[in-house]
Design a protein around this ligand. Structure first.
Ligand code: ARG
Length: 478
């Protein structure tokens, strides 16, 4: 069998490999494996990485001054022409079938601009360490957007809590009336949850702050890649201490999507609360028309679709977390093409999160409260059963006995179909000798919330202080 040795015909290389192959790739495999349509998202980060890389190659004398300038201006030109200016900008569709991925495309475009000099740019690296580096750079920027988005929603919720003032509603457990609660307190609960989310995102950022370059395909590079320079230029504070881990592990993405999933679970619960408050059953809030939708059939409808979509999308977000976990669990160490599938979910998760946070902030900020409907939920004296129990404890009755007395009082009043406050002093005395005339003070929501003494309770003074604390903390962040 004759062996043919083919020279590259001087045409622009469309692939980053090929020497070993006799045949062109089957078009179906191209369709199946090419990822540019998705990873074009990385273009801006990829160009930044390449700029640093070119400068580094120049420092270690792989490129001379002239070559360096040429490559850098080539990269600049590509950035100007192809980096998207708006969220809907795309690369030319024909690229998606021409180039395997964003790394291949950039190399080919660069060769078109500066000639075969472009072929030097991949010295000392592999797409395996390159793709992780670009993904980290991209994620770092977007993480910051998301953190700011969370902060924006916290501010909107605190604003909403301020608007609600000292308005009290029936707080619920099991979706059954439990105890009087400041609606502001309920809103601030979400501010706390979002604070934890923001801290979790911070942790993700800290842990992924490691430069993968220099790891090359898996074993490190025989080229004297100046990793210290690259780390500094690209803003990493550490350099990967194991090349195999650096190219194989997507732990940072699992951690990010996990932090994001927890955030979305919080957003989903918040949405569920707002949906309930907006329903005619409670009708504690009214949505601004700009943030509500209508029905194609029922003219009277004004629906809370913002919140419903957030609730719905939170399940997709949890799906992305499951995908990144199961994607990795059976992989031996070393790059596998499976890892390319880390990106579609990641990009979609990031974009949806940024958008959802902005929209939720606006929607929450525009809510108005229906004070009469809120007060109507307080027309139930059973809300004060726990206050009655505490009252008896203050009078020296043991907790268990006090619980029994209060429970019997509730049952007795319900059997007579009258509210607790309508029981006569004689009836109270029959329930417990410790009950005195001041028992009637209990049936007042304002009194009830003011009885609360603990840190973190719904006492209006505490809630006011919390609002002030949050406002101070937001101010200190800007
Ligand atoms: N498109 C690939 C990805 O996103 C880049 C790395 C490809 N590496 C390789 N050896 N085939 O994962």
């Amino acid at each position: 069998m004759g062996i043919t040795l083919r020279r590259d015909g001087g045409r622009v290389m469309k692939k980053l490999w090929g020497g070993r192959f006799k045949k062109e790739m089957h078009p179906l495999l191209k369709c199946f494996s090419y990822s540019l349509r998705v990873d074009q998202e990385l273009l801006e980060a990829e160009i930044r990485v390449n700029e640093a890389w070119v400068k580094m190659l120049s420092r270690i004398d792989i490129l001379n001054k002239g070559e360096t300038t040429k490559l850098l201006s080539g990269l600049k030109g590509i950035a100007k022409k192809f980096v998207p200016k708006g969220p809907h900008d795309q690369l030319p569709a024909k690229f998606f079938f021409q180039y395997e991925d964003v790394h291949t495309m950039l190399q080919a475009l660069l060769e078109k601009k500066v000639g075969t000099l472009a072929r030097k740019i991949h010295t000392g690296r592999s797409r395996n360490d390159l793709v992780v580096t670009s993904t980290k750079l991209y994620l770092r920027d977007r993480l910051e957007n998301i953190r700011l988005g969370v902060l924006g929603l916290q501010e909107a919720l605190v604003g909403c809590a301020k608007k609600a003032g000292e308005e009290i509603v029936a707080g619920m457990t099991h979706l059954k009336k439990a105890q009087p609660l400041l609606i502001a307190h309920h809103l601030l609960a979400y501010v706390e949850m979002l604070e934890e989310d923001r801290q979790r995102l911070d942790d993700v950022r800290k842990r992924m702050d490691v430069l993968p370059l220099g790891s090359a395909a898996l074993a490190g590079s025989a080229v004297a890649v100046d990793q210290k320079y690259l780390a500094k230029a690209l803003g990493f504070s550490k350099i990967a201490t194991n090349s195999l881990q650096a190219v194989s592990d997507r732990g940072f993405l699992a951690e990010f999507l996990s932090a994001l999933s927890i955030l979305w679970v919080h957003l989903s619960r918040l949405s569920e609360d707002f949906i309930l408050w907006n329903s005619e059953m409670l009708h504690w809030i009214e949505l601004d028309d700009a943030f509500a939708t209508g029905s194609s059939l029922m003219p009277q409808k004004k629906n809370p679709d913002v919140f419903e979509l957030v609730r719905g999308r939170s399940s997709v977000m949890i799906g992305h977390l499951m995908a990144i976990l199961t994607l990795q669990k059976g992989l031996t160490l070393g790059y596998h093409r499976d890892l390319q599938e880390d990106k579609p979910g990641l990009f979609s998760a990031i974009k949806r999160t940024e958008l959802a946070l902005r929209l939720l902030s606006l929607t929450v900020g525009s809510v108005s409260f229906k004070k009469r409907a809120m007060a109507a939920t307080l027309q139930d004296d059973n809300l004060y059963a726990t206050d009655l129990l505490d009252y008896l404890v203050r009078k020296g009755v043991s907790f268990r006995d006090a619980h029994g007395v209060s429970g019997r009082a509730v049952r007795y009043a319900m059997e007579l179909d009258k509210p607790l406050r309508k029981l006569s002093m004689k009836e109270w005395k029959r329930l417990s000798a410790s009950i005195e005339a001041d028992v009637y003070d209990l049936f007042d929501p304002k009194h009830s919330v003011r009885l609360k003494k603990t840190i973190g309770s719904t006492h209006p003074a505490r809630v006011r202080k919390e609002i002030a604390r949050w406002e101070r903390s937001f101010k200190s962040l800007v």
